[in-house]
Design a protein around this ligand. Structure first.
Ligand code: GLY
Ligand code: MN
Ligand code: MN
Length: 415
């Protein structure tokens, strides 16, 4: 399926007399004359497949038919001298499938004409907000500006409209995620080859990222988490600045992106190539939950139910190990959810109560974090929900303790 098909799905789901306005976004300033790496707005990407800044997409649905336009920056010889070739209209049209491509200088007059001539009642902007006190996103600022000019229209949330569409991945999207998972597999195998006590956490991170970049990765799904010992007990530790001690575990939560789609994998490795019996005991309990989730994940089940299952398995295991007295106390050692949707974003469009359907891609990531023993273990796989169950997309990334030990020993002995 193509980006054109993504748009068609959206047009089918919104009422007549609607206008969609989606901006790619603008580069965000850091300090002096520097900017953060540009991240395209996910809704804009989903609808166009384009990843460049300063672009905009508009579509009006009136009288049952849709008029769509894409706006790109006009090539500027001076800018091209500094930062390279800018895409031409033909290229933007070829990627997105939008036939009517204009320059951004024509945006105001084009939109003004639509608003003047059509009976637009609903205007869709990406209004998603994560934290209450976050700076407003560029799309939200533009929505405010637009509403000030046209106070009579109803502002609608493009993010909300795209969530049910984005949840179901088409074949092209699944192919990208498969490729992202495979690059991540190669990155992790490289880490297992070189990992040894005394290495720094950032060196393990560098080895992973080196291999992914060597294989052509342009972006990562999120900042690589590389935490050893107690640091592995901090769920989103990204400082990565401690030495990996002999006898400790290294928890690596990471993922390459491919075609702007994420992989999201966690593996927990023994620094010296061998798990201690105690580490193995905890590891195998986490692995039991990981396998049970993959077994249970199927259409009709909710993410909440998968998490309840995880809590029960981990809780009962912790009671057997004598760490807690009733399974309901599991929150002492397991503090997050087991699944989230994966796609353009690592935590992709989903709502916790949603019912899984074929085409969803979700994580399967139970973990246990036992500070007093400096044991932090998470095992995270990516699952594609199928008609009857699920496919573990990351099945080739080894996870059994004996497989990991054998792989690491083989590398050490040079065979
Ligand atoms: N890496 C973030 C997560 O697993 O949810
Ligand atoms: Mn993860
Ligand atoms: Mn995850």
């Amino acid at each position: 399926m193509s980006f054109e098909e993504h748009r068609k799905r959206l047009y089918r789901s919104i009422p007549d007399n609607s206008l969609i306005i989606s901006y790619a976004g603008v580069p965000l300033h850091t300090n002096e004359d520097d900017y953060y790496n540009f991240e395209v707005n996910s809704q804009f990407f989903y609808l166009t497949g384009l990843e460049r800044e300063n672009m905009a997409f508009a579509a009006a649905k009136t009288g049952g038919s849709v008029t769509e336009m894409l706006f790109i920056e006009e090539a500027d010889a001076l800018m091209e001298r500094w930062t390279g070739k800018m895409p031409a209209k033909e290229e933007a049209s070829a990627v997105s499938g939008v036939k009517d491509v204009r320059y951004t200088s024509e945006f105001d007059s084009s939109l003004g004409r639509i608003m003047g001539r059509c009976l637009i009642e609903n205007v869709y902007f990406d209004l998603y907000r994560c934290g209450l006190n976050d700076l407003p996103d560029y799309n939200a600022l533009k929505a405010d500006e637009f509403a000030g000019k046209y106070p009579g229209v109803k502002l609608c949330d493009l993010h909300r409209a795209c969530v049910p569409l984005r949840e179901i991945k088409d074949e092209d999207e699944i192919a990208c995620i498969r490729k992202a998972v495979d690059i991540t597999r190669q990155g992790l195998e490289h880490v297992m080859k070189v990992l040894k006590p005394g290495m720094m956490e950032y060196q393990a991170q560098a080895e992973f990222e080196y291999m992914c970049r060597y294989l052509g990765t342009k972006k990562f799904s999120f900042n690589t988490i590389s935490g050893s010992g107690l640091n592995g007990c901090m769920m989103h530790y990204v400082t990565n600045h401690c030495e990996i001690k002999d006898g400790s575990l290294l928890l690596m939560d990471l993922g390459a992106k491919y075609g702007n789609y994420c992989s999201d994998i966690t593996r927990t490795y023994p620094a010296n190539g061998r798990y201690t019996p105690r580490q193995k005991e905890i590891y195998n309990l986490v692995l039991k939950a990981n396998k049970a989730v993959a077994e249970a994940a199927r259409p009709g089940v909710t993410l909440r139910e998968l998490n309840d299952l995880t809590r029960k398995i981990l809780g009962e295991g912790l009671v057997e190990l004598g760490l807690i007295s009733s399974w309901q106390q599991v929150g002492k050692y397991y503090m997050h959810g087991v699944s989230h949707a994966i796609g353009i974003d690592c935590h992709d469009a989903d709502f916790a109560g949603d019912i899984l359907k074929p085409g969803w891609v979700i994580s399967d990531e139970p973990g246990l974090y036992i500070d007093e023993e400096e044991i932090g273990i998470r095992i995270e796989d990516d699952l594609l929900i199928t008609e009857n169950g699920c496919e573990v997309l990351s099945r080739d990334i080894i996870r059994e303790t004996d497989e990991i030990e054998a792989f690491m020993q083989k590398m050490k002995s040079g065979n």
